[in-house]
Write a protein that binds this ligand. Structure first.
Ligand SMILES: [Zn+2]
Length: 225
């Protein structure tokens, strides 16, 4: 990943938003600070929830994660401070935050075990695999996966897909309390993610990163013929 900066110089200004060519990789960005702060806030609220047995604090932990996750991504896009390091840290921080909240919640609400297991399997395994796959191409983050495959992007990282994938199961559970409804929805999301993973697995992967994801795709396809 760190080697991409050196390889960028020859591929500057491909004109695509989301290609790595025009960016310098760095750690010390404000969006990364927001990611760190929202993750620490989530862990602190979670620790209070565990200590006090309070569902309110657990909800606060979930909200810290949710609001913070929207904020760091938005800040990165608006200030043009997206980095591959930031995207990976964001993805890993998400899994930590969600695992802490969901596992703790199931401990005190055992009826949520089945939808929670389906949801965690989807989010921690298949969605993590999908979301980290952007790094195989010269992309800044999964938000620009449309340069590689429009269908996988639409199903996973378009605005409606993001809202449905991360929030819908939790919302349905919290609002209805229905194990069946939450399990059915979690299974539907798992199905969409599994289909996406199969589609992703069939895409030709570039041997080297050019700095432009579209060039990467063409190089990989022509190598395959
Ligand atoms: Zn490009």
């Amino acid at each position: 990943m760190s080697g991409s900066a050196a390889g960028n110089s020859g591929a500057l200004r491909c004109g695509h938003r989301g290609c790595t060519a025009a960016f310098t990789e760095q750690w010390g960005t404000w969006p990364n600070v927001v990611t760190a702060v929202r993750t620490i806030a989530t862990v602190v609220a979670w620790a209070v929830a565990v200590t006090t047995g309070s569902d309110g604090w657990l909800l606060a932990a979930l909200l810290c994660y949710w609001v913070g996750d929207i904020a760091d991504g938005l800040l990165a896009r608006v200030t043009h401070r997206e980095t591959r390091t930031g995207a990976v840290l964001d993805i890993l921080a998400d899994r930590l935050s969600v695992c802490l909240v969901v596992v703790t919640y199931v401990g005190t609400h055992p009826t949520a075990a089945v939808p929670a297991a389906v949801f965690l399997g989807q989010f921690v395994v298949i969605d993590a695999y999908l979301t980290l796959a952007f790094a195989r191409w010269s992309l800044l983050s999964p938000n620009y996966f449309g340069l590689v495959d429009a269908t996988v992007h639409r199903l996973n990282w378009s605005a409606p897909a993001k809202a449905t994938n991360t929030g819908a199961v939790l919302l349905v559970w919290l609002l209805t309390g229905s194990t069946l409804a939450a399990t059915v929805l979690a299974t539907v999301v798992l199905g969409v993610k599994s289909y996406s993973a199969l589609r992703l697995a069939r895409l030709p992967v570039p041997q080297a990163l050019s700095g432009c994801a579209v060039k990467d795709v063409h190089a990989a396809i022509s190598r395959g013929h």
